[in-house]
Ligand binder design. Structure first.
Ligand code: 5AD
Ligand code: MP5
Ligand code: MET
Ligand code: SF4
Ligand code: ZN
Length: 429
């Protein structure tokens, strides 16, 4: 049984109760959301951890991508990144490894992670083929499906499957003067396979088998955006929309089968198109949870793409996106290091929380109020306790501590808060 099928029978599962508790909502609201497919609770039947809900009416969640690449990364470093991500507040990690010995890496991450773990099973198949001196074209549909099954059996809580990369949609990437072509790794691999084998996407052709596997382990399917725009000038083009239509339809098939499903979205996108894209996704995909990468609102800031993504992520979350995939300062440049991971999680949490305030998530502003009350009182410890980053504010303040009084070095004796507090209390300062 899956969370989805149980919800539809009217059962409130322990996982739904945990989510309700974390969100301060009635468990029945969570059950109803899961039953309708507007909320997912990714958790493999074989794993135990403190679950999170993703979807309508819930706090916006944040994922951190980690993992080796074929040319860099080692298991101990990736596990340290997992720690950094979780300590910074990530609700999810994705193992996007494509290096050597992927099973060991994946299993270690699954073993150590106190949060949900996602992956893109196709990467492991592709990496193994490349290791064996072959290309992606040597893959077969059954090799892919068997690997997906094995990886789900290992305990993945959700998997990205780029089922909407159809021949027709790929053809559209050539038609509308796309600048950046296909930037999704999974999307590009599948497009190459399809072209060289003159076949349709195996994830689409074998979708029912995929649903059987997902159902068995209650693995949430994250229908990937293999044709997402990788440049702001490519946003909302016909290839992207065609793929969205396909995965919207597949989402319906998944829900009918009792499989939890979310929809992935872009990418690089001008600020003024973001709310419209969220609206389209919600409408076309029957309110399924929307998992976005960024969106990055400009292409010209490599080195600062945690910022371009946080700007877009805040707008997306405010418009109804449910799950933000982090982008780090390393995006477009190199594999992220531990500091990149930390900065990526914090900037994405800022975007998510800003979105939650705007979308009116229950109690979203409580922590802001708590911090602001302390700020007004010059209660530094209280401020640090309520802060998103638990270390940096204290360090900056202490390193630059004013020599006397409670103020900071910004204004010193001309501290506005101090002056106004004295006025309020009626004592001359
Ligand atoms: C789809 C997203 O995944 C990121 N991405 C791909 N592979 C890795 C990895 N090993 N570690 C961290 N991020 C990764 C890309 O930078 C892009 O932002
Ligand atoms: C939100 C999100 N995160 C990760 C991926 C996988 O990456 P890729 O599509 O490049 O294989 C994705 N498609 N969308
Ligand atoms: C083209 S670089 C890899 C990923 C890219 N940043 C994206 O938006 O999907
Ligand atoms: S340029 Fe770098 S980040 Fe972009 S697709 Fe190629 S390897 Fe990946
Ligand atoms: Zn990009």
């Amino acid at each position: 049984m899956t969370q989805s099928s149980l919800a539809r029978e009217g059962t409130i599962t322990p996982e739904m109760r945990v989510v309700a508790e974390k969100e301060s909502l009635d468990p029945e609201i969570i059950r109803e959301g899961v039953a309708q497919g507007r909320i997912v609770i990714p958790k493999n039947v074989g794993r135990t951890f403190s679950v999170e809900g993703i979807g309508a009416g819930l706090k916006t969640k944040v994922n951190a991508n980690i993992g080796t690449s074929g040319v860099q990364g080692a298991l101990d470093i990736e596990l340290a990144k997992l720690d950094v991500a979780v300590r910074a507040g990530a609700h999810s990690v994705m193992d996007l490894s494509t290096g050597r010995d992927l099973m060991t890496t994946r299993r270690a991450i699954l073993h150590h992670s106190p949060v949900m773990v996602g992956a893109v099973p196709l990467y492991a198949v592709a990496a193994d083929l490349v290791d064996a001196g072959q290309g992606i074209e040597a893959m077969t549909a059954s090799l892919l499906l068997e690997s997906i099954e094995a990886q789900c059996a290992e305990g993945l809580d959700y998997i990205t499957v780029h089922c909407g990369v159809t021949r027709q949609a790929v053809a559209r990437t050539h038609g509308q003067d796309r600048v950046a072509g296909i930037v999704s790794r999974g999307g590009a691999l599948l497009a190459a396979w399809m072209e060289r084998n003159n076949r349709e996407n195996p994830l689409l052709e074998e979708f029912d088998r995929l649903l059987d596997i997902a159902f068995r382990f209650d693995v949430t399917l994250s229908l990937g955006d293999g044709l997402r725009p990788g440049a702001v000038s490519d946003a909302t083009d016909s290839a992207q929309i065609q793929e969205l239509l396909v995965i919207g339809e597949l989402g319906r098939r998944a829900r009918a089968r009792g499989v939890q499903v979310m929809i992935e979205g872009p990418g690089h996108m001008p600020l003024n198109q973001i709310a419209g894209n969220v609206m389209l996704q919600k409408r076309i995909c029957d309110g399924a949870p929307f998992y976005v990468l960024g969106p990055l609102t400009t292409d010209i800031a490599p080195g600062y793409d945690h910022i371009t993504a946080a700007i877009g992520g805040a707008v997306a979350a405010a418009a109804g996106a449910d799950f933000l995939c982090y982008v780090t300062p390393a995006e477009h440049l190199c594999l992220p290091d531990m500091d990149d991971v930390h900065q990526g999680v914090i900037s994405t949490l800022i975007a998510a929380h800003s979105g939650d305030i705007a979308k009116g998530v229950q109690g979203a502003m409580d922590r802001d109020r708590a911090l602001s009350v302390c700020r007004k009182e010059l209660d530094w410890e209280g401020m640090f306790a309520a802060a998103l980053d638990q270390d940096l504010p204290r360090r900056r303040w202490e390193e630059n501590r004013a020599s006397e009084g409670k103020t900071c070095t910004m204004c010193g004796k001309l501290c506005a808060m101090d002056a106004h507090n004295s006025l309020r209390r009626g004592c001359p300062s």
